[in-house]
Design a protein around this ligand. Structure first.
Ligand code: SIN
Length: 270
């Protein structure tokens, strides 16, 4: 009887181990925007392609609208293994690298074609590796679009911004731009922008069209000036520990699905 119990226990443990080994790897993708945006759609496409092609190996779970982490926390969380993928704006990496700050320079890119050309150039591709020393891997750029300025009053010339409070992302280069026109820049999380505008705690903000529309900022900002003064694009990022810990074939399949999802996101971006 004891022999039988031991055999049954061994069998259960073996089956249990096999079952555990077969469970798909969970890949949490956290972002802060709505689902009806280029990034929201790109993340859902990635989830669906992975489910279709390798659902037995990896399960992608997408958390939009800052449900899991805001962009100011997500990279820390990634390094702790609490989230595996994100695509913060290129303006939100300055704690980890100064190199990506080039994207925040005003009027550097004439249009999104110019942004795309730079990102695909040798220098642009080299910048994907600028986070390696910090344990993060840049997997690709994703477009959103050029930024526009919205405010409670019309902004016709730069002097109209003087004395007004604008929400900006966590970037010293963006801060310097607003200070240059005597405006008051405030670094605030994206999740707070609507309320800040609605309560008039701030006067204005800079956003690409898809973020303005999907978060209804136009409902609380009577004026929008089409300035195209800078770009808001993303870096899809993961942790080196997670990425390098994957089997080669799984990593390659994931990268392929991600590249296709990014191409799709770019095709619907502004
Ligand atoms: C985003 O598009 O991911 C948000 C950008 C912002 O914080 O303004």
């Amino acid at each position: 009887m004891r022999l039988l119990t031991a055999a049954a226990t061994t069998l259960a443990l073996t089956l249990g181990a096999q079952f555990a080994a077969a469970a798909p790897i969970e890949l949490k993708f956290s972002h802060v925007v709505a689902e009806n945006t280029p990034k929201g759609q790109m993340a859902l496409k990635f989830r669906d392609l992975v489910a279709e092609r390798m659902g037995d190996k990896v399960e992608v779970k997408v958390f939009p609208n800052s449900q899991l982490f805001g962009d100011n926390k997500v990279l820390e969380a990634m390094l702790l293994g609490d989230v595996q993928m994100a695509a913060p704006s290129l303006s939100k990496f300055q704690k980890y690298t100064k190199s990506l700050q080039v994207f925040d320079l005003p009027f550097l890119f004439k249009d999104m074609e110019a942004v795309e050309r730079f990102q695909q150039s040798d220098k642009g591709q080299e910048l994907l590796n600028s986070l390696r020393k910090r344990g993060l891997v840049g997997l690709g750029y994703l477009h959103n679009g050029m930024k526009q300025l919205s405010a409670n009053d019309p902004l016709r010339v730069p002097a109209d911004a003087a004395g007004k409070k604008f929400r900006i992302m966590t970037s010293d280069v963006l801060q310097a731009q607003f200070e240059q026109v005597d405006a008051v820049p405030l670094k605030k999380p994206f999740s707070e922008v609507f309320t800040l505008l609605q309560t008039k705690a701030i006067d204005g903000a800079e956003n690409p069209w898809s973020n303005i529309y999907s978060k209804k900022f136009h409902e609380v900002q009577p004026y929008i000036t089409e300035t195209n003064h800078g770009v808001l694009d993303y870096l899809v990022v993961t942790s080196a520990e997670f990425w390098n810990g994957l089997d080669d074939d799984v990593r390659a399949e994931l990268k392929k699905a991600l590249d296709e999802s990014i191409a799709y996101g770019n095709s619907i971006s502004g």
